[in-house]
Design a protein around this ligand. Structure first.
Ligand code: ZN
Length: 147
C-alpha cells in the first residue's frame, strides 16, 4: 500500500499544480456546475459531444488538491470516449471509491484515488467532478452538490 500512497501523492500533486484541461472551451454542447459544501470545492465542467463521442472535456473552478486533480485526470480520461463509456467510467470510479475492492482496468491511473476511500470527506472531493460530469452527460441543469 505504501507504494500506492507514494504514487497517489505524486500524481495528485502534479495534477493539482498543473491541472490539465483547465479552461472554458470556445464551443461545448453540455455543461454542469458542481459544489462540495464540505470542502468548498466548486467546478464547472464543459463537454463537447459530437455523434455520441466526447470530443473535448474541460473544467473551470477552484477547490482542494484532490478535487482539482480528480477533475484534471477525469477530463483527460473522458476525451475520445463515447457517452456510454463515460457513464460506465463514472459507475466504476464511484464504486471504487465507495467500497468495491476491484480496480477495473478501464480506470487506468484513476485507481490511485482508491487511496481516499477511508476518508469520507475526501471521497466527496474526488467524486465531485464525476458527479458533475454525469449531470452534464444527462443534461441535468440543476447545480450538483455532494450532499
Ligand atoms: Zn475538496
Amino acid at each position: 500500500m505504501s507504494e500506492l500512497n507514494d504514487l497517489y501523492q505524486e500524481v495528485i500533486l502534479d495534477h493539482s499544480k498543473n491541472p490539465r484541461n483547465l479552461r472554458k472551451p470556445e464551443s461545448f454542447s453540455r455543461t454542469a456546475d458542481g459544489y462540495n459544501p464540505l470542502c468548498g470545492d466548486r467546478l464547472t465542467v464543459y463537454l463537447a459531444i459530437k455523434d455520441g463521442v466526447i470530443e473535448d472535456a474541460a473544467f473551470e473552478g477552484s477547490g482542494c488538491a484532490i478535487s482539482t486533480a480528480s477533475a484534471s485526470m477525469m477530463t483527460q480520461t473522458l476525451r475520445g470516449k463515447t457517452v456510454e463509456e463515460g457513464e460506465a467510467l463514472f459507475e466504476k470510479f464511484h464504486a471504487l471509491l465507495t467500497g468495491s475492492d476491484e480496480a477495473p482496468p478501464e480506470l487506468g491511473k484513476l485507481v490511485i484515488f482508491s487511496g481516499v476511500r477511508n476518508f469520507p470527506v475526501r471521497v466527496k472531493c474526488a467524486t465531485l467532478a464525476w458527479h458533475t460530469v454525469k449531470a452534464a452527460l444527462e443534461s441535468r441543469p440543476e447545480m450538483v452538490t455532494t450532499e
